[in-house]
Every structure is written in structure tokens, then in C-alpha cells.
Design a protein around this ligand. Structure first.
Ligand SMILES: O=C(O)Cc1cc(O)ccc1O
Ligand SMILES: [Fe+2]
Length: 451
């Protein structure tokens, strides 16, 4: 923790042993990092005076008495309260929160969208966030929203935090940099990031245009799923999650801070950058994860398990085994099951399933579900392979078969998802989606035998 480097315009902690390119490994570890030597108090949190004249400040991401409590101690140039003034409400018309039930929109249906195209407009992380569905209630901190982001411009002298939610970011195109209070996260397709509730950041475009998916979690934080009989290894391994090392800027430039709070957006002016945390320690931090590290476990003799076997992260709801949100990954894997219909089966689900394609082809929908596209199979609505996928899988010679070049995901929630007017009327909805099951034939003719 001794050396420092000046990159990204922020002064960043040098990479200590055990870190990789500015990140520290581990899921919800108790991290410590400092961008200036001796900035982090040792053995205590609140010395009478902090080194360098820094202010100590705690960011609590769980109730004080939660078990385990999650909080981070920051040592910063100014306390955050000095960053706040009177707030005024501002409009971000495309970013919706639940409840958002539009009486003119029908959410009951199987829906699929082509990728939302980029527009002529320069859009930032805030103006480029387009809500597709909402579920639950942001005011009671249950449920979620799904968004598509279309970002072409960096936030300049502008900062943001969401008091409503943590954001799970799933890029599909372009590269973004999240300059946060606790350090820098660079993000590209095949990676995901989590931005915790209350964390201040700005988003820069490293390589545009940028498109991706966001799951906004109003509820309890994402955690690693219970491993049960799988045991200690495979799926998402804790060491592959990366939290950033401390990085700060000492910049006296008039800036705006936007806050999402109970579904509404508020703005205040501040005379300096709020990214002024020189050192921090704790277990409440942003992190990223490379989806290529996800080690899928599946059927190795026959049948098709429930997709819960592919859970990367889960956000509990309070009802054991019933998630507020499961983040599920369908990636490259070997299919080896004998005498088995291998793609997803036909089904109805009490949980609602919002899917996105990051790249490649999804086995249940070889056509039409394209990279950047989304689909929604809402609570208890039947769905499954389209006709071509059904015929192919029913007649295939079943040797070991590698599903290659494929990465799709699912945001699965216990709550029904309501379409926004944008999703229903502006986004490129495929009107003919349900026709993909139309030509499924009646094969039953009353005689026994496999057909
Ligand atoms: O509907 C889908 O395509 C997602 C899904 C995949 C799977 O393998 C089993 C169930 C399921 O809902
Ligand atoms: Fe499904």
C-alpha cells in the first residue's frame, strides 16, 4: 500500500501484492487500500485527527445490526455532507421506477425485442438509461427494473448516486469507465459490474457507442448463491470478483450531483469533485466479474436441470429459496445428456424471466433472439423452444456437443414485470415473436411409440 500512480486523472493506489491491475480479489472481502501512504488509520476507524487532514466517514450498505453488517470507512478530503446543498427535482423521462403500470400497455404476453438502436443524440449514463420493465415497489425496497443503456458521451463534471438501488451492469457493446468514490472500474462486454446503493460515481466512455443491460435491484443486495451439494467449487468463484483500489481527485471544479431517490431524480451543485476518497477499508464496495470465469455445472448423464444451476448472483427476497432477483448465465458448455431433449423444456414459471443476449446464438431460439436483443416471459406465461429448435433437438444424433459462441443471461424475479411505454411503443418490439411456436405440429395420433 505504499506507492501511488497517477492515471485516469485520479491518483490511484499502487497495485499491492495480491491485486491485479488496480483491483483486489474476493467477494465482499474486508478490503483495505490507500492512494497516499499512511492515509488509512490502523487499528481504529476514528482517530482524533486523521492523517493528511482527511475526514473519516462511514458508508453503511446494510442496517447497522445486519448479520453480517456491510459498511466501508472512507477517508476523504471533505465529508460528503459538504457536497450537498438544496436539491431540485430534475426529469430523466426514460428512467422509470416501480410502480409504473401504464394503463395503455399490456404486460401480459411473450415479448421479444431487437437491439434498441443508437440515436443521433449524445447520451450519457443518465440520459441514456431506458427502462424496459419494472417490478415490485421502489418505495418499499422490493423488486427491480430492467434497463437498456445507450451511451455515447462521458459525464463531465457530473456525478450520480442511486439511493434506491444497486445496479448490475451487463455491457453488450463498447467500453465504459466507472470512476467511483472507492476507485475505478473499467468494463467491457463479457464482464459485469455491481454499483452499490449510495456510491457516488461518474461514467466515462472509453470506446463508444456503448450499449448494455442494467438490472436495478431495489431489494437486498446481490450475493453468491448457496452452493448446496455442489460444494465449494465451480459456478462463480469468490476470488474472481474484483474491487477497485482507492483513487481520488482533488479537483475544484463546479459540478452537479444527481441523486435517484424514491424513483425521482434530484440535482444539486457542488464546487468540487466528490471523488475525494484517499483511502478506504470495509466490505461494501463496487466490484466487477469476468463472465468467462463462470464455471457451469450441468447434467452429465440425462435430463435438463432447472436454470438455477447457472446462477451467478442472487438477491434474496426474505422468502427462503425465492429470490427478489437471480442473475443467471447461459454460456459456452458441453451438452452430453443421453436420450434427452437438451434445450430448455416448455414451461410456465411463477418467476418472471427477462433475458438478454450478449453474443452468439441461444439454443432455444436459434433465430430472432440476437445480440443486444431482449425477451420477456412474464409470470406464468408459457414459453420454450421455437419450432426449429424443437425439431432439431428432437432428431439430433446425441453425441457430446459443444455449445460454442453463446452468452445470454436472465434477470429472473419473483415479481411480475410491467412494460414501460418505451418498451411497448418505441423499442423495436418483434410483433411476430409468438409465431415462432405457431408451426409446432400435432404429432399425437393415438398410437404408442416415440414420434
Ligand atoms: O426460458 C428460457 O429460455 C430460460 C430457461 C432456460 C433453461 O435451460 C431452463 C428454463 C428456463 O426458463
Ligand atoms: Fe424460461
Amino acid at each position: 500500500m505504499n506507492r501511488q500512480t497517477k492515471t485516469h486523472g485520479l491518483t490511484q493506489a499502487a497495485t499491492p501484492v495480491g491485486t491485479h491491475e488496480g483491483y483486489m480479489p474476493g467477494f465482499a472481502n474486508d478490503f483495505e487500500t490507500e492512494a497516499l501512504p499512511g492515509a488509512l488509520p490502523q487499528g481504529m476507524n476514528s482517530p482524533q485527527k486523521c492523517n493528511y487532514g482527511l475526514y473519516g466517514e462511514q458508508l453503511s450498505g446494510t442496517a447497522f445490526t445486519a448479520n453480517p453488517p456491510e459498511r466501508t470507512w472512507t477517508y476523504r478530503i471533505r465529508p460528503s455532507v459538504k457536497h450537498s446543498a438544496r436539491y431540485k427535482k430534475v426529469a430523466l423521462p426514460h428512467w422509470k421506477s416501480s410502480p409504473n403500470v401504464d394503463p395503455d400497455v399490456i404486460s401480459l404476453g411473450q415479448y421479444r425485442w431487437d437491439p434498441v438502436p443508437h440515436s443521433e443524440q449524445n447520451l450519457t449514463w443518465l440520459t441514456g438509461m431506458h427502462t424496459m420493465t419494472t417490478a415490485g415497489d421502489v418505495n418499499t425496497q422490493v423488486g427491480m427494473a430492467s434497463h437498456i443503456y445507450l451511451v455515447t458521451a462521458s459525464m463531465e463534471d457530473a456525478y450520480f448516486f442511486s439511493a434506491d438501488s444497486e445496479l448490475l451492469v451487463v455491457p453488450q457493446e463498447g467500453r465504459l469507465r466507472f470512476c467511483t468514490e472507492l476507485g475505478i472500474i473499467d468494463l467491457e462486454p463479457k464482464e459485469i459490474a455491481i454499483l452499490p446503493r449510495g456510491l457516488v460515481y461518474r461514467v466515462e466512455v472509453l470506446e463508444g457507442p456503448c450499449r448494455g443491460f442494467v438490472c436495478e435491484n431495489y431489494g437486498q443486495k446481490f450475493e453468491l448463491p448457496g452452493r448446496g451439494p455442489i460444494g465449494a467449487n465451480c459456478l462463480a468463484n469468490p476470488r474472481d470478483f474484483k474491487a477497485p483500489v482507492a483513487a481520488f481527485e482533488d479537483r475544484e471544479t463546479p459540478s452537479t450531483l444527481t441523486i435517484k431517490w424514491c424513483g425521482q431524480f434530484h440535482e444539486t451543485e457542488i464546487p468540487q469533485s466528490p471523488l475525494d476518497v484517499v483511502a478506504w477499508h470495509g466490505n461494501y464496495a463496487p466490484y466487477k466479474y469476468d463472465l468467462r470465469n463462470y464455471c457451469p455445472v450441468g447434467a452429465i448423464l440425462f435430463d435438463h436441470p432447472d436454470p438455477s444451476i447457472f446462477t451467478v448472483l442472487t438477491a434474496p427476497s426474505g422468502v427462503p429459496g425465492t429470490a427478489n432477483i437471480d442473475f443467471v448465465l447461459f454460456r459456452e458448455r458441453w451438452m452430453v445428456a443421453e436420450d434427452t431433449f437438451r434445450p430448455p423444456w416448455y414451461h410456465k414459471n411463477i418467476m418472471s424471466e427477462l433475458m438478454g443476449n450478449i453474443y452468439g446464438q441461444y439454443d432455444a431460439k436459434p433465430q430472432g433472439f440476437v445480440p443486444g436483443g431482449m425477451s420477456l416471459h412474464n409470470m406464468m406465461l408459457p414459453h420454450g423452444p421455437d419450432r426449429d429448435a424443437f425439431e432439431k433437438a428432437s432428431n439430433a444424433n446425441l453425441g457430446p456437443d459443444k455449445l460454442d459462441n453463446t452468452m445470454s443471461f436472465m434477470f429472473e424475479t419473483r415479481f411480475p414485470q410491467h412494460l414501460t411505454a418505451f418498451a411497448a411503443n418505441e423499442a423495436p418490439l418483434q410483433d411476430d415473436y409468438i409465431d415462432c411456436w405457431d408451426s409446432l405440429e400435432k404429432k399425437f395420433d393415438g398410437t404408442p411409440g416415440r414420434k
